[in-house]
Design a protein around this ligand. Sequence first.
Ligand code: MSP
Length: 512
Amino acid sequence: MKRNNFYITTPIYYPSGKPHIGHAYSSIFADVFARFKRNDNFNVHFLTGTDEHGLKIQKAAEKNGSDPLSYCNKISKTFKDLAIKLNLSNDDFIRTTESRHYKSVNDIWSKLIKSGDIYLSKYKGWYSVSDEAYYNSDEIIEKDGKKISSFSGSLVEWVEEESFFFKLSAWQNKLLDFYNKNENFILPVSRRNEVISFVKRGLKDLSVSRTSFTWGIKVPNNDKHVIYVWLDALTNYLSALNYPDIDNKLYKDFWPASLHVIGKDILRFHAIYWPAFLLASGIEPPQRVFSHGWILSGDEKMSKSKGNILDPLEIINTYGIDELRYYLMKEVSHGTDGNISLENLENCINSDLANNYGNLCQIVFSFIKNNCDNKILKSQKISKTDKDLFERTKKLTKHLRSDMDKQNLNSYIKSVIDISFLTNKYINDEQPWKLKKDNIEKMNTVLHTSLEQIAKISILLNPIIPIKSLEVIKALNIEPKKINLSFLDDQNILDDEVKIKNLDILFKKILN
Ligand code: MSP
């Protein structure tokens, strides 16, 4: 991969029911990084899509009285529509039922056969259809007379069938070596530690084909077997780059992937199986797997099977998409789980968006409209207060790139909102409405400084609230294609003379 290229992916979603807020969270999280990197002049490829094979989907289709493909066509579209509603900036949407994906999975399978990493035997053990995962006996507990996985709480069933196996056990030390050499391959660190201690406890060979159902990609030269859905699904990240054509531009520019964003429930697949499959196939593993926590409702993971889901579309219709994006990114700490509620959403909109950033823009834009005919010429005289604001802002922006490089979005948002808070305070202290009477020169400096701050804050918030921040950016007469982060290297954004446009109210305060 060439420098300055950035390939980022969301998990591909099971089209087994209506998308919920947990899915929205994973997608928005990835979108924020895609947008941030684009604004920082990276060439970005952002992928999302649907994971359409396996028993879980076959059963969901049967329950709906449909054949699997027609069912997937319908539900995959709801995820594609959701991507639009969430304002995702994805460059591609892959479906694992597409022929480009079959080609790539067949190639990986053949490589693993050729390298001697796959052999035929018999699987006897536990399987969870809802997780599409095999579990060891020591990971199974009994609850209300039913066997469940202690890891996910999902029902498991006993399976005995002929199966191809991947020699995962042979990769244990090579994986540990790989984690060792690539310290930031798994983030946050707590997840990295979890994975390393799991691998150290010993890896068993992994069943990678099934014979008891048919909905999947057939094993080459053996029609009785379909390829295990996770080996199939993970390969999507390569299929979208036209793999196995490794000489094409997409693959050359974007592999290895820069960042796979995933939820913690699918960490094992991405941090253990995926690099092992790739190393065994002679392909370089991705650079980073970032595993975020769960959105909880009460104390439980929000999921269809638990019946405790919040519908993102309802929230968007009531509160707006930028408001939902901001709330999810700000309130849910990214490494750990987070509880969400409509009450917290409303408080967050009021405190950060309406009273802080929105208020700052409104005060400055309407004052300039009413008193300066929408034009401000910067004066050369800088006061100590102006310098102070500039220095404090610089201190807060200093760590933003490294925060984003470690997916530390909470710290990033906190710093940006602090800048907005500081700027509000600056306006209140400097009171341009009083300066208007006897110090026009200073008034102009205060207003120009405030506009410069608003420009910075808006560009920094752009990956999180793309629509509202763009309204401000356009009202500042900055061309959207000129958005970039070079001001982080100490440059100013605005010219000395600024002509602004009118700005409507950005965020309405929610009254209870
Ligand atoms: N199909 C697999 C992924 C294959 S990637 C090669 C899958 N799909 S999923 O639809 O079940 O989940 C997709 C993503 O949504 C996962 O990252 C999962 O962690 C995330 N979320 C689903 N429910 C969630 C919450 N309640 N909270 C946060 N994210 C959760 O897994």
